[in-house]
Every structure is written in C-alpha cells, then in structure tokens.
Design a protein around this ligand. Sequence first.
Ligand code: ADP
Ligand code: MG
Length: 481
Amino acid sequence: MQNYKSVWENCLKIIKENLGSENEQVYRTWFEPIVPIQLEDNVLTIRVPSQFFYEWLEEHFIDLLKKTIRLQLGPNGMLKYSILMDTSIADQPIATNIPSVGRQATVNRPKDVPMVISEDENGHEIPNPFVWPGLQKLRINSQLNGNYTLENFIEGDCNRLARAAGYAVAEKPGLTSFNPLFLHGGVGLGKTHLAHAIGIKTKELHPDKTVLYVTSEQFLQQYVDAVKNKNTNDFIHFYELVDFLILDDIQFWSNKGIHTQEAFFQIFNYLHQRHSQIIITSDKAPSELGTLEPRLLSRLKWGLSADLLVPDVETRLAILRQKLANDGIDMPEEVIEYIAYNINTNIRELEGALVSLIAQASLNHRQITLDLAKQMIDQFVKSTSREITIDYIQKVVCDYFKLPLDSVLSNSRKRELVTARQLTMYFAKKMTKSSLAIIGLQCGNRDHATVLHACKNVVNLSETDKQFHHWVEDLEKKFRE
Ligand code: ADP
Ligand code: MG
C-alpha cells in the first residue's frame, strides 16, 4: 500500500531532476507549493493554491506530470487537482477564521493521465531510435519541441545572423556553405530554441527529411549503452541515416567521452559527405573548446559559426510581450518595462522573472503592480548580483522630464536637454559600477572628462539651485523605490 506523501515525494524528485538545476526557480515556484492530500484507487489528489496555478500547471507542465505519475503509479495512474480557495475572495462570507482548512476545495475536472506514447508528426507510433530500420524509410521521433518555432523566436541585433543562417539552412539543408552551422553564445541566449526552430522549419519545408535533435549528453549516454550492448555499429549506422542532425551543447564533451567524440567524428564525416545538414550548439566559441578532440574541432570550423549575444532592451521587451500574449496574461506596461530594463543577463532569467512575478501575484491573490514587481525583482536579482543599469537610469530620467532619449543623448545645448543629460551621467556614476569612460560611451558617445564635468555640475547646482535640488531628490526617490 503506497502512501500519498511518499508517492508525491518521489514525484517531486523526478520532477526536480527533469527540470534540471537551471530551472530551480521554476521548481520552487510551481511544485514546492503543492500539497498531496490523498491517494485512492491509483488517483493521487494534490492541492494547488489557486485556479490560475492549476491552469498554469496544466498548460506548461502537463507532459512532465503525466510522465511522473505514470512512473510512480503505473499506466492507470491519475492525477486530481484540488484548489484551495482564499477566504478573502470566497463567494460566501465565512464567520470563523480557519486558515489552515481554508475553503474546502473545489475539485476541478479530474485529470486523466494516459500512457505517453511517442508519436511522429502524423500521429504514428514510433519505435525508439535504436530500432534498426532495415530498408524502410526511417521513421523516428525527431525530439523537436513544437513550442520552439522560428515564428516565436524574436529577432534582434543579438541573433540576426544566426537566425538568417538558420532560415537558409532550413530552406536548403545540406546545400549551403553553412554546414555545419555552429551556434554559440552564453547560457540562456536561445541556442536550443533556435536549433529546434530550424529543425521544425526544415520539416515544414521538406517533410520527407529525417530530422533528429539530440543533446550531447544523450548522445554520450547512448554511445556508452551501445558499447555495453556491443552494438556500436548499429548506433553509428542509425545516425548515418539521418538527413538533418542537431547536436546540442557540445561543450558537454569537453574533457570527456573521447570515444564518443570519435564515433561522432565518423558520423560527421559520413553525413557531411552525403550533404546531410549538421547543426551544433555550444556555450563556447570553437576557439575556446580547446579540450575537444582536435580533428573534431577542425570540422566545426568548416561551416559557419554564428553567435547569439545578450539582447538589447527592445528585444527584451518584444520577448516579454510575446510571452504574455501567448499566455493570455495582461500586465501593466510599466511593469513589463521595469522587468525588461532590469533583467539584462539572459533570456532564461528574463522569463524566470516574469513567471515568478505572475506566480507571486497568483499565490497571494494580488494585482500585478509595479510595487510588487520591484519587490520581487529585487529578490530575484539579489542572487545574480545585479546593479541598476545605465539604460534604466536613462529611461527614468527621460520619463521624468518627458523628453525623448535620442534628444537627451544628442549634442544639443538646449538647457532642458543638458540638464537631463547631466543628471543621467551623475546617477550612472553614483548608482552603477561603470567607469566614467563606459558611462560616456553609453550617454551619447562622450569622453570621460565630459562625464566628470557633468557629475561636478550636478553637485554644484543641487547646492545652489532650489529647483535643481528638488529634481535630484525626486529622481533619487524614484531609483530607491
Ligand atoms: P540556451 O540554449 O542558449 O541556453 P534557450 O534556447 O534554452 O537558451 O533559451 C532560453 C529561453 O529563452 C527559452 O525559453 C527560449 O524560448 C527563450 N528565448 C531565447 N531566445 C529567444 C528569442 N529570440 N525569442 C523568444 N524567446 C527566446
Ligand atoms: Mg540550450
């Protein structure tokens, strides 16, 4: 007889492992608050804090939940949600205050959790990738994630070349000079998304092509298994049948898997000769992948190497807006801007901040306001040691004086523009760790002496000019809020 608590505990372990350490925040936000309440006839009931929370789980994690429940309870396992209603928004007033019990749960529609069957795009069941296909046309699960399309991959200066190359490759796989296409860039900048998107576009344009996405970790694991089972030849042949191979995160092989790298090298040569397309992604540029096998490394340089960079604020705004539109969530413009201006590390963190904010608001039944966003983001970024950015300072100053940014950064000597410009530089010096030279560069390409002069001028004027003093104080308050 299984106990509901231990079953859920095991589920959490699986979920945590599947989400991976880079999604800790997601795990904490969406899974830790869940409380298991009973297990009867293979139906596990879990309590979630709100309707929104339930919908979010359903929309974003249903596959993971299905898989997990099936692993724990077998093919007939089911999941039921119970929603804890907040007494403050309950439809009937409650006389006594029994917070631990809350309003007893409305059980929403029970969730049927069927077997997960791998299917290809046409809904045919497919064998696992290691079934040797004989002479038939190979039919495999391409492992492409349908959410990562080219259409929802926002274009910006940070990814234009990579995206354009990706499109060209999807149009003529194996026939451009971008073979292999090597995508590199820091963590969370969209390599995996773009690689899937190119694969999906290829399938759209060339339905007869066999596309396969595999992570370097999976590939290594499969190779190790093949060695154990003495079928490395089948393993290599299998990969040689693919028309379009995407290998994600090759930096994973640094310092390990020499034999795996050799196997891949052999596959690579065969595919390349046959004009099959290869896409490889990496956190590092080829020149920094020194610990990879030299022969393999030299192959990576045959095609095109395209970087993904940190997106500028316009792109960050567009990504946030798209995510909100896709999820059907309304958020005040000032909140969206606050997030976009303040999270400037990578897109994964940008999305993480957005999700946490929505979760916070939902858990506490609060409106999403600028205040809430500030509280949350301050907490969120503490761990990633963030400082206020020069971009953000410019935006606050421009909004305050209702002046357009480009005139503030221009060379105009108009009094109001000079004031705003100098205040921007002053606050940038005061509130960021940037050097005078960097501040000058970002404030309309000025030199460090100009910035220094601006800072001194602001200090002088705020001592002698009452109006000016008031501006400085007001702005300071805005930054501290
Ligand atoms: P990487 O593989 O480089 O670590 P991912 O491809 O996993 O990064 O991207 C992290 C998150 O950011 C994903 O949720 C992805 O959908 C999103 N993302 C990245 N780039 C874009 C973009 N240009 N437009 C929209 N979403 C993006
Ligand atoms: Mg990735």
